[in-house]
Structure formats: C-alpha cells, structure tokens
Design a protein around this ligand. Structure first.
Ligand SMILES: Cc1ncc(COP(=O)(O)O)c(C=O)c1O
Length: 444
C-alpha cells in the first residue's frame, strides 16, 4: 500500500484545541480585553506540536523553566527599546553587546583584535558573512581579466545550510555545492579544485545540519591561509554545544577561531545558547572586517543612516535575553545543558540501533544531531516517519540517504523511552502492513 503524506498525517494531533476561538475576518472596530486575548493565545498553542514534551526535531530549545523565565523576563524588560542607531538612544544596548562580544570571543578562542556582530539568527549571520566577504573581495582584489563582470562564487559542501543559497540569491552570487566526501564531510580537495579568481569564500559547517558531522576545517583553514581565501565556519547549530561537549569528553574535531585560516564564524545564541529568537553571533578573526559589513547611506534628506548589519530596527529584547542567559548559565550551566542534550542523543542512537532493521548514520555523537535509515527492504523509513507523526511526533526527513533526521535538545531526555517504544511499534506496523511513504521535502 502506498501511503502518501495525507493531510491527516501532516496535522498536529492536538489541532482541535483552538476550534472554538472565533476567527477574525476584518480589521476590528473596537478593542478586545487582554483577558480574552490571552485566553485566545493560550488556546492557539493547542494547534502546535508539544515542544515541551519533546515532540519536535528542532525549532525550540528548552532546558528548564528557571532558564526560560530569565530569557522571557530579560526580553520583556527590553521589548520596547530598539537596537537601531548604534547606541545613540540606548547606550545600555551597546554595553550589553560589549559584554556579549567578550563572552563569545573568549568561548570561540578568538585572537586579540577579533570582532563580532549581533544578528537576528543563523540566516542573517550567513547572509552577512557572505556580504562582508564580497565587499572585502571587491575592495581588495583587482578586477579579473574580463573586467570583473563574471559572477562571484562561494564554494561549499552540498551539506551547507540552505540559508547560504538565500544569500546567493539576494546578492547574485553563485553557490557552488560540492558532493560530500567520506563520512559526509566536505571534500576539501574537490572544493579547492573549484576555486577560481571569482571565489569570495570557502564555506564549511561545524557541524552541518543534515548529517551532524564537522567538515575538515583544519584542512580547509590551512589551504585558505595559504591561498589567501576567506573561510567561513557555520557553527549556527553547534556553537553553544561543541565547546562544552568537548569538555565533557566527546571527540569534537577542531572547528573554531583557534584553527588557522578561519576568517569568520557564525553561532546562534537563539539555539543552544538558549537566548530568545532573534539572536546569533557573527565573529570575525579581524574586527577590521566589520568595516566591510557596515552599511552607510547619506543620499536622502535625513542625513547619514548607518547599520552594522542587515536589519534596521532591531529587537533589543533578544540582546537583553542573550546577555542574561549567557551570564545566568555560565560555563557550568552550559555544561549541564549540553550534557542533557548529548545524553539524550547517545541514548537515542543506542536505542535505535537496537531496533531490528534500523541503523543510525555514522559517524555520530559529534553533535546533538542524528539520522537513521532502514536496512530492511520490508520497512520503508518514510512510512515509519508517517506512523510516528500519527503518534504526535514531528519527524525530520533526510533525502540523501532516505532517513529520519533530527536535532536533540534537553526536552528529549525524559521522553527517550517513549520515543523508542513508538519507533519500535511503528517499525512493526510498517513491516506488517507493507506501507510505503513518499519523502516529504517540506519537513524542515
Ligand atoms: C548549521 C545551520 N546554519 C544555519 C541555520 C539557520 O539558522 P536560522 O534558522 O536561525 O536562520 C541553521 C538552522 O538550523 C543551522 O543548523
């Protein structure tokens, strides 16, 4: 039986909860009291997957109510202020950013003279890294033989985050994706063969989202230093996990600014930094590079408008929350959050490998990301994913190879036994029914 992803299978199992909230069909003539609005908002949550119950493969990052309260209270204190204006109106934000810079640069072994930009998330960090590299390239490289009209390019492994292509699309830059080598890591040799005089950046991940493995950053860094190329390390997922996982004894390959040749690095505070959404760090080995990122425009009647990165008005709440959670947790706290996420990852990998017919992709345990395939022709892995979805889990799907893929965070730890039980039951059901699924590309 072929079982496509039916609308029912796509729906969250809790979707009936908000059915009695009246729909708004036009702009309201009068206001509504907060009590009613709050009730509405709380009911809306019934439409969603139970993130606190560990039902999601990513999207939310939660450790404890105590930590969440710090994040939310800090955000609330600064929900009205604005990050626009480079501290003219709100020098308090500049102060907080200086503290955040110091914490982040230290964590990622940045050398003296490094600098950082606070961005709204991984996508903006990637965009800004490429934009800065492009501006730097244009300012420093003589136009090539054809007058510099040929498009610029970034060379990346195929596993690079999709957001890189958004940057390429916006700026008309070619993103050349190269097949990964053994162990799903970037094929450095092949990437370097493709470098030409229009290459503005080599791109790598630490780790990449699809496979949870680290690219050979040492090798890429050495080549980048030798050939004077810009190397970006995308640590948006792992930036606030890897330093602590390494301290806990996990074998984490070299990846940060301690590696020669790394020019810039992105790390999301709103993921495993446990900041509020809208927070990422873009770090430059040399703060002079920030000159190539800064935008300034004076050709309008209002004078000079300047921003350090892409956004204009900017949520101050995410800056305040980032400042607060990093200080609240400290190294000690992040060791605890990372231990919970990595313990859950190891238990899941161990448990899934024990289910007949399933196998986790290798290498694994370099990060809190894992994927598993079916090794049994009678068990279609996408049908297993559909079964799990019917039980209220939202599985991530991987296309190459066909697999269930997910990120792990501390909320998953208490539900590992339940998840494994449901996976084992789903495998049995699929084996019995012969059900086959259709890969759903929209599971990010
Ligand atoms: C490695 C990596 N880079 C970039 C991003 C994009 O981050 P965001 O969704 O915050 O824009 C992600 C998101 O999961 C990621 O895992």
């Amino acid at each position: 039986m072929t079982h496509a992803n039916t609308p029912r299978a796509q729906k969250s199992p809790r979707s009936d909860a908000a059915d009695n909230i009246p729909r708004v069909t036009a702009f309201p003539a009068t206001g509504t009291g907060w009590d009613e609005l709050e009730r509405g908002l709380k009911s809306f949550k019934g439409l969603d997957y139970d993130w606190r119950g560990g039902r999601l493969p990513s999207y939310t990052y939660f450790y404890s109510d105590e930590l969440l309260k710090v994040q939310m209270d800090a955000y609330r204190l600064y929900s009205v202020e604005n990050g626009l204006g480079e501290g003219r109106a709100f020098p308090s934000l500049t102060r907080m950013l200086e503290d955040i810079n110091a914490m982040v640069l230290d964590l990622f072994h940045a050398p003296a003279g490094a600098g950082m930009t606070f961005t709204s998330g991984g996508t903006e960090s990637l965009f800004e890294a490429v934009r800065t590299a492009r501006n730097y390239f244009q300012a420093n490289r003589p136009a090539s033989a054809n007058g510099g009209r040929e498009r610029l390019n970034v060379i990346a492994p195929v596993s690079a985050h999709a957001g890189l292509n958004k940057a390429g699309e916006i700026m008309d830059i070619d993103i050349i994706r190269v097949p990964v080598g053994p162990e799903y890591r970037a094929d450095a040799k092949r990437m370097l063969e493709l470098v030409n005089d229009r290459t503005i950046m080599l791109f790598s991940s630490a780790p990449c989202y699809p496979y949870g493995v680290f690219d050979p950053i040492g090798e890429l860094g050495a080549a980048a230093a030798e050939r004077n190329l810009w190397l970006h390390v995308d640590a948006c997922w792992g930036g606030f996990i890897s330093p602590f996982a390494e301290e806990l004894g996990y074998a984490i390959p070299p990846w940060d600014l301690g590696v020669t040749g790394v020019t810039s690095l992105s790390a999301d505070i709103h993921k495993f930094g446990y900041g509020a959404k809208g927070a990422s760090a873009l770090v430059f080995r040399d703060s002079e590079m920030k000159k190539f990122e800064r935008f300034e425009f004076s050709g309008w009647p209002r004078g000079t408008y300047a921003t350090p990165s892409f956004m204009g008005s900017k949520p101050a709440g995410s800056v305040a929350a980032a400042w607060a959670v990093m200080r609240f947790l400290g190294r000690e706290g992040y060791l605890a959050t990372t231990k919970a996420a990595m313990d859950a990852t190891c238990q899941l990998i161990h448990g899934i490998n024990a289910i007949p017919g399933l196998r986790c992709l290798e290498p694994n345990r370099e990060a809190n990301l894992y994927g598993y395939v079916s090794q049994d022709s009678e068990v279609d892995i996408i049908a297993v994913a559909n079964e799990l979805q019917g039980k209220g889990w939202l599985p991530g799907q991987l296309r190459e190879p066909l697999a269930i893929q997910q990120g792990v965070n501390p909320v998953h730890l208490p539900v590992v036994p339940q998840y494994l039980e449901d996976v084992a039951a789903a495998v049995k059901t699929v084996r019995k029914s012969g059900e086959r699924g259709v890969f759903n590309p929209r599971t990010y």
